[in-house]
Write a protein that binds this ligand. Structure first.
Ligand code: PEP
Ligand code: MG
Length: 752
């Protein structure tokens, strides 16, 4: 049963269109269940009837014309009841109807399951048999699982409505339009490019190469580079890394020096294979041999071998991305697009990002927003392999992607782009004005920065400083840990370009959806695992290097603030203070210059909200990370497209937590800001101002609209909104409250 399901879903993944995919489903299901008929019905554009979209067993001429009304027949019954209907003799059921136009004999046995996406019935998957037959529970489960896969494919939508499946152009779905989730606003058109995924041996597919000697050379170079890097990293972290983690370097080097591993890969390359696939085959073969050994020590070496393989592959890929030529306007497409792949694209050539996974709160979307690149996340059912080289229109404002858009569609979007640039122009008059409410309350508007290349955008936006520099992004775009001097240069540039305005550097926050390819962490529940401050405190070598680079970069400038991510207990701040003192001592003892700075804690783990008093004794300021705070309070994975509708920073519980945090910070006389995505949403910004927040830090492109909103609402009015929002029970009431207030203030449509 499982094999059949995997076969169908795998083939579905390669389908080039909805028709193609549905044909696979009906053929596969019919064969597996040995039934006479398998058919798929999908809801039409008017949302009133279900159209036969694919069949194996009925008259194919009925496809596209045969339809059931919502309350009609057994198909209608499945839709109404939203559950499987299984009948050994359907003709005895009062809802049975015989449709002569379907051709053939009347069928007795019937099993229909709803195709559901986000709680909405998109269609029905039906099997029929001419004789009596009782379908088993397993068969019902198989059909239900297949319907779930079809739902992913069938969420293709029309421009007219996000919920309809079959396009207004008739029975052929608009397979050129895919609906996802808004990632970053804006509209971009470019050629689809599928970057190689992050070093993952399993996806290093077979590929034949012409110049085998060049390939062999590249492999030898990658191996030497990894050996050198391992030696260096091993030395650099020898003193501070946990012994177990440090031992990994030695094991890797030993494995790398294994002649057989090296020779086997070269032999495969010389037989014509691409170095990546040759490496994958060799590693898999050797790892399997380790796994089969009885000694647990040797069995554990299998994972080391794979880790080593990933490192060599990473080197090979970085050579490829250096050589890779990107089209003049390119749209990166993939399941997930890593920060490193975004940084590979030469400046000015990236027109858009499309991911089948992820949500607006994934770090890919967050970086896209700071870079002003339109992005669409979580589009299901897209045949990724087919998108390379196609012309793609990314509509980040509505979370849609058009494939090979027709000229009239492009024209319409050109008009929209022009309109957007006119409104941006109109807002630019606000640039020199403060974010001040009509009753004279000032809120500092700061910029979030991901990569050093964002600095120009941040400066242009008129930001009053940097409220969040995600230093981990600069670690993520490299092949190995940046040295202290590399980091010093990056931090110094940021501090100098904004001086005397404050620059808040957050220390390395890896883990969760932010991985370092050269420091792989395998965890079942990464967001609750070795993340942020936990990882850096456990690796003082890495942490001290960063702290020294920061303190040195601040010498003679003095605008640095250090912000600590994922603080969940006051003890962590004490440990950081100890390391800060040690870093300062090391700098002074070597005669270098440095300047001390203010220290702050992120409030993004719920426990921090309830220990603000203790934390306030240890830090100079707070910054609320509403992305993680929402994720942890509501138990919603911020990167999971399937539950993204449950992720809502305007949930009354989140609002209460933020309000409590602001109050505690006030009581302790510590400034408090917000640097999560909520700060960049104008309506949320008004609410935060009402709570008494001192500063808001956001993607630079959000500053003008937030400033306009703050200049329209008095603190008093915002306080009343807070009082109401805190008292309601459902997030939708908060949304209504704010949109009504915005309409009233003449700002309708200015919120996310
Ligand atoms: C947050 O969690 O809100 C935050 C600002 O940090 P990040 O999005 O990088 O986790
Ligand atoms: Mg966070």
């Amino acid at each position: 049963m499982l094999d059949a399901l995997h076969r169908i879903t795998r083939t579905l993944g390669n389908a080039v269109s909805l028709d193609d995919g549905l044909a696979v489903v009906v053929r596969g299901v019919k064969a597996h269940l040995a039934v006479d008929v398998c058919s798929v019905y999908l809801v039409d554009a008017s949302d009133t009837s279900f159209v036969l979209m694919a069949t194996d067993g009925l008259d194919p001429r009925a496809v596209g014309t045969m339809r059931f009304g919502r309350g009609e027949g057994l198909v209608g019954l499945v839709v109404e009841s939203q559950r499987p209907i299984s009948l050994s003799n359907a003709q005895e059921h009062p809802r049975f109807r015989h449709f002569p136009e379907l051709g053939g004999r009347a069928h007795h046995a019937f099993l229909g399951v709803p195709i559901v996406h986000h709680r909405k019935v998109l269609g029905v998957l039906v099997v029929r048999q001419s004789n009596d037959r009782a379908f088993s529970r397993d068969e019902e489960a198989f059909l239900t699982a297949t319907a779930t896969a079809v739902a992913g494919l069938a969420q293709v939508t029309t421009p007219a409505g996000a919920e309809t499946v079959i396009g207004s152009r008739g029975r052929h779905p608009t397979s050129d339009l895919f609906q996802g989730i808004k990632g970053a606003s804006g509209i971009g058109i470019g050629e689809g490019v599928l970057p190689s995924p992050a070093a993952d041996l399993d996806t290093a597919h077979d590929r034949v190469v012409e110049d085998v000697e060049a390939e062999a050379h590249a492999f030898q170079e990658a191996v030497s580079a990894v050996r050198a890097e391992l030696l260096l990293s091993g030395e650099r972290v020898a003193a501070e890394m946990p012994a177990e983690a440090h031992a990994m370097f030695g094991v890797y080097i030993e494995l790398l020096d294994d002649d057989e591993l090296f020779a086997d890969t070269l032999e495969r390359i010389r037989a014509g294979a691409w170095a990546g696939s040759a490496l994958r085959r060799t590693i898999t073969e050797h790892a399997r041999a380790f796994e089969e050994m009885t000694d647990p020590y040797f069995r554990a070496r299998a994972e080391d071998l794979r880790g080593l393989g990933r490192r060599v592959l990473l080197r090979l890929q970085s050579r490829e991305s250096e050589q890779k030529r990107y089209p003049e306007r390119c749209v990166l497409v993939g399941e997930e697009i890593s920060i490193a792949r975004i940084a590979d694209v030469p400046a000015g050539q990236l027109a858009g990002i499309v991911c089948t996974h992820g949500s607006p709160f994934s770090h890919t979307a967050i970086l896209a927003r700071t870079l002003r690149i339109p992005a669409v996340m979580g589009i299901g059912g897209v045949p990724l392999d087919q998108l390379g080289g196609r012309r793609l229109l990314v509509d980040g404002d509505h979370g849609r992607v058009f494939i090979d858009p027709a000229p009239d569609v492009v024209e319409e979007f050109d008009r929209l782009i022009k309109q957007q640039s006119d409104s941006a122009e109109a807002l630019s008059v606000l640039r020199g004005l403060p974010a001040e409410t009509p009753d004279g309350v000032r809120v500092a508007l700061l910029a979030n920065v991901g990569l050093p290349s964002d600095l120009a955008n941040a400066l242009d936006s008129g930001a009053e400083g940097i409220g969040l520099f995600r230093t981990e992004f600069t670690f993520m775009v490299r092949d190995s840990f940046p040295s202290e001097d590399d980091q010093y240069q990056i931090y110094r540039e940021a501090l100098a370009s904004f001086a005397p305005r404050p620059v808040t550097m957050r220390t390395l926050d890896v883990g969760g959806d932010k991985g370092l390819p050269y420091f792989p962490i395998q965890e079942g529940n990464a967001f609750l695992g070795w993340r942020g401050i936990r990882l850096t405190l456990d690796n003082p070598g890495i942490f001290l290097t960063q702290l020294r680079a920061l303190l040195r970069a601040n010498a003679g400038i003095g605008n640095l603030q250090i912000l600590l991510p994922m603080i969940s207990s006051p003890r962590e701040v004490d440990e950081v203070r100890g390391l800060l003192a040690r870093a300062a001592g090391e700098i002074v003892s070597t005669g270098q210059l440095m300047a001390a700075c203010r220290l702050g804690a992120m409030v993004e783990v719920p426990s921090a909200v309830y220990q603000m008093d203790a934390l306030a004794k240890r830090v100079d300021f707070f910054s609320i990370g509403t992305n993680d705070l929402t994720q942890y309070l509501l138990a919603v994975d911020r990167t999971n497209a399937r539950v993204s509708r449950h992720f809502d920073s305007l949930h009354p519980a989140v609002i209460r937590a933020i309000n409590d945090a602001v109050r505690s910070a006030r009581d302790a006389h510590r400034p408090i800001s917000v640097c999560g995505e909520m700060a960049g949403d104008p309506a949320s910004a008004v609410l935060l101002m009402g709570m008494g927040i001192d500063a808001l830090s956001m993607a630079p492109s959000c500053i003008p609209l937030v400033k306009r909103a703050l200049r329209k609402f008095t603190r008093r009015r915002a306080q009343l909104l807070v009082a109401t929002a805190i008292g309601v029970e459902d997030p939708s009431e908060v949304h209504h409250l704010l949109s009504a207030a915005f309409e009233h203030a003449g700002l309708g449509g200015d919120s996310l």
